[in-house]
Design a protein around this ligand. Structure first.
Ligand code: GAP
Length: 446
């Protein structure tokens, strides 16, 4: 039985509460600076969270870069000068409309109010100021001298680092359109209403592809990437009834986009965006060409063909996707008289692939268990747990999504075989130690 969706008037914990509690209890995600009372919707990724987040990013990189010959990678700087954000339109357009309540002094996003005339904090009507645009970029200073010339911005998206490297990459990588540049990294937005755990934070990680195409191929590549990206979440275990593709209405489109569709996940509070696939046209390259005075175009020396490629951009959130994968995987089921919590994570995303569990802490078993552990560690991320009864240890691994447990018992010392238990079915098999790596590789199919 999975907890109820959403914050109903019930004492039963919601799925949201269950996942947030699990994240804290099992060291996936901690509130940042907790010993100082926490810090404004920022979060730290603990021992299991860092493994899982890395797995989400690796799965994206594998599908977007490793398995393709038309995409290369990039890791651009986080700090960038105002000129970049002038050209991209972020200095003028990347803002939310804010209103202040003159009665209770609270501040709200106008576009998120149920009733644009009534303050949700104090209930008064007609107390809002005129809306003003609040730019979401974090500004700081570079170098020892303060002043306008020292202003820099923390990037609010990785994409612009890619556009300003287009010339470098097209000149050095021997790629021609259609080809893409993939980037994973931190972005920063001074969100007015962060919340829902790691769904909306001020510091988060993105996974963005800028895919450059001949202008007349833009529509077909847009379709292609929508389907690819939707399928990626399905392949990693989110079920079709929790996932949808939704095209933006015209009034939702960003200033650069002629078409955007979101991959959305059914969060406990409703549908929420995991990723946007946008047809950005030639907006970005043209803007940066104008502002930098550099030619940002494709020129085919053989045919003499010259054009500004159009860009199709699948832009996903790594931290937000990790939360969706956790919510989709969380399950509770009745096993005999016990409630088993199990994270049915895809093996590629599970923090540990294998747990090595000696049946007892006796000196006779530990050397063999360590030998098995050391034989697995070069191949898989492993946990090693020797405390408490074996049943409890299985449950601990179920709860963090470990697909396989390998138990070393006293028979192992005689037959050099181990018991392998699968997380979802809880079925057990006896496997010779000599075949263990091959067996697990086949089962995990990473
Ligand atoms: N370059 C286009 C771009 O940045 P976006 O829709 O603003 O598009 C892409 O961001 C993805 O980044 C979103 O779909 C979401 O998954 C993630 N994201 C954006 N803002 C976020 C925030 N404040 N906290 C967590 N994830 C965020």
């Amino acid at each position: 039985m999975v907890g109820t969706l959403g914050a109903m008037a019930s004492t039963e914990p919601t799925l949201f509460d269950q996942v947030v509690n699990l994240c804290k209890r099992r060291s996936f995600v901690f509130p940042s600076a907790e010993i100082y009372g926490g810090f404004r919707s920022t979060y730290d990724y603990g021992p299991l969270g860092v493994l899982m987040l890395r797995n989400v990013k690796d799965a994206w990189w594998r599908s977007m870069v490793q398995l393709r010959s038309d995409v290369v990678g990039l890791d651009a700087a986080i700090l960038s000068p105002p000129k970049v954000w002038e050209a991209s339109g972020h200095l003028d357009n990347f803002s939310d409309p804010l209103v202040d309540c003159t009665s209770c002094k609270t501040r709200h996003r106008q576009d998120q109010l149920d009733d644009p005339d009534t303050c949700p904090s104090c209930g008064e009507s007609g107390t809002f100021t005129e809306a003003r645009a609040f730019n979401l970029m974090f500004k700081t200073q570079a170098g020892p001298v303060e002043g306008a010339g020292a202003d820099v911005y923390l990037r609010p998206e990785t994409a612009q680092g890619t556009f300003i490297n287009f010339k470098n990459i097209i000149e050095t990588s021997r790629k021609k359109p259609p080809f893409g540049i993939a980037q994973i990294g931190k972005s920063f937005r001074n969100e007015i209403t962060p919340g829902n755990f790691v769904f909306r934070t001020r510091e988060f990680e993105q996974m963005e592809l800028e895919f450059f195409v001949p202008p007349d191929e833009a529509d077909s590549w847009y379709e292609y990437w929508m389907n690819e990206r939707y399928q990626w979440y399905l392949d990693l275990g989110i079920s079709a009834d929790q996932l949808r593709l939704r095209a933006h209405d015209d009034d939702e489109l960003s200033h650069y986009s002629s078409g955007t569709s979101d991959v959305e996940f059914l969060f406990p509070w409703g549908w929420g965006e995991l990723e946007g696939i946008a047809n950005r046209g030639d907006f970005d390259l043209t803007q940066h060409a104008e502002h930098s005075g550099q030619k940002l175009e494709y020129f085919d020396q053989g045919t003499g063909e010259r054009y500004v490629p159009h860009c199709i951009e699948p832009a996903a959130g790594a931290t937000r996707s990790m939360m969706a994968f956790l919510m989709a995987a969380y399950d509770e089921e009745q096993v005999n008289d016990d409630t088993r919590t199990v994270l049915r994570l895809h093996p590629r995303l599970a923090p540990y692939k294998v747990a090595v569990l000696p049946l007892s802490k006796k000196d006779t078993l530990l050397p063999k268990a360590e030998e098995v552990l050391h034989s697995l560690q070069p191949h898989f991320m492993c946990d090693y747990d020797i405390t408490q009864a074996i049943g409890k240890r299985y449950r601990r691994q179920d709860e963090i999504g470990t697909p396989y447990c390998v138990t070393i018992d006293f028979d192992t010392l005689e037959d050099n075989a181990v018991t392998v238990r699968e997380r979802d079915s809880m079925e057990q098999q006896r496997i010779p130690v000599a075949n263990l790596v091959a067996y697990l590789n086949e089962q995990l199919a990473l």
